[in-house]
Design a protein. Structure first.
Length: 387
């Protein structure tokens, strides 16, 4: 289902329509010749007010009785419809939503109070800093599925700098050739999936960034395009997605704070012992669908808290040696594995009870059960092996 273009703005709730009251005529009543004139009667202020109230109440009741049933139905028809949150045309109560517009440029008359702006699936190809000068409170900006960059350039430097409170920026599926520079330091989630990015130069963040998640999957990044300074200021980054690029080696100089690293679907052929030496906080590592045929002994040993390792759909001939002790699951299916070394799951002089592996996936390999070393899985307790 195609996403709608939405503009979320806080609005005051409209008060329900009040029935129109007929004001008493200001003209004095003229008596006809047939109607005898009545003597004036003295009325105190209190009695006069009571009389007016009674007459107004009688008039209201009379109006309600004489109201046509069709008018009542019309009143019911104009009541606001409350759509469920999962419906495509749902608009939150305190927002104004404009759907299915095809914009060529970012609107310049955005409300100052806007906090979430979604302009997905439009024809946006450029933007200026002036467009964002009225949106200091903007927290979420989504511009996916547009034409930003036109396949030959990136966004102007610091074009989003007025958005000093921005938390989430989605630029998925545009035509950017490089990561934008001068982004707000407040951004915590940055999505750049499905662009044409070949270069990630230093200067994306001019200062220490609060970035926690970066998605650069399905681009054209190479090891030359990913520089040492690229993520120099991303000292809080926890999740990095580089799936579906053109990397031939594990990138160097990655942030030490990383907990999740996705390198699936690249052109990596081997894993060296020093590739992950500095990533002490890494918990999830994806290396599936590469061309890995060789893993240096102990290459993953430097990852003390690694829980999940995915090496499926490669060309390995044996299970990697000296896997991390904290590992919970390892996927090695769809390789060319023929042997399981004795020190794959158990190594060193430590107690064998330290192994935490609960799942080992080895299906679709070339393992001959008759030639399998009986001691290959001796260190595992309560594990599950899938052949």
């Amino acid at each position: 289902m195609e996403n709608d273009t939405k503009l979320a703005v806080k609005q005051n709730k409209a008060s329900p329509p009040q029935p129109q009251q007929t004001k008493p005529s200001a003209r004095p009543r003229m008596s006809s010749a047939k109607t005898p004139l009545m003597k004036p009667m003295k009325i105190s202020r209190s009695s006069k007010n009571k009389t007016n109230k009674k007459s107004k109440e009688k008039k209201r009741k009379k109006d309600n009785k004489t109201q046509k049933p069709s008018e009542k139905k019309k009143m019911k028809g104009i009541m606001p419809t409350h759509f469920p949150y999962f419906e495509d045309d749902y608009c939150p109560p305190e927002c104004v939503c404009y759907g299915r517009n095809l914009l060529d440029s970012v609107p310049t008359d955005l409300p100052v109070s806007v906090e979430e702006l979604r302009l997905d699936n439009n024809h946006l190809s450029a933007m200026s800093e002036a467009a964002w000068s009225r949106c200091p409170r903007l927290l979420v900006l989504s511009l996916s599925n547009n034409s930003l960059g036109n396949g030959s350039e990136s966004l102007p430097n610091a074009v989003l700098s007025p958005l000093c409170n921005l938390r989430t920026l989605n630029l998925d599926h545009n035509q950017l050739i490089s990561v934008p520079l001068g982004l707000p330091l407040s951004i915590k989630e940055l999505y750049l999936k499905g662009n044409l990015i070949e270069h990630f130069r230093g200067g994306a963040f001019n200062g220490v960034s609060e970035l926690l998640l970066l998605d650069l999957s399905a681009n054209r990044l190479t090891n030359k395009g990913l520089l040492k300074e690229s993520l120099h200021n991303a000292t809080h980054l926890e999740s990095l997605n580089l799936e579906g690029n053109r990397l031939k080696q594990v990138p160097r100089h990655l942030p030490l704070s990383l907990k999740t690293l996705n390198l699936e679907g690249n052109l990596i052929t081997s894993i060296k012992k020093v590739d992950f030496g500095t990533l002490k906080n890494l918990e999830h590592l994806g290396l599936a669908r590469n061309k890995i045929f060789k893993v240096a002994p102990g290459a993953f040993r430097t990852l003390p808290v690694l829980h999940q390792l995915d090496l499926c759909h490669n060309t390995l001939h044996q299970v990697p040696r000296q896997l991390p002790e904290a590992l919970h699951s390892v996927a090695l299916n769809h390789n060319k594995i023929q042997s399981v070394p004795r020190d794959a799951f158990c190594w060193g002089n430590k107690s064998v009870s330290l192994s935490r592996l609960v799942r080992v996936q080895l299906e679709h390999n070339l393992i001959d059960m008759g030639k399998l070393d009986a001691q290959a899985f001796r260190c595992l307790r309560g594990f599950q092996v899938v052949f």
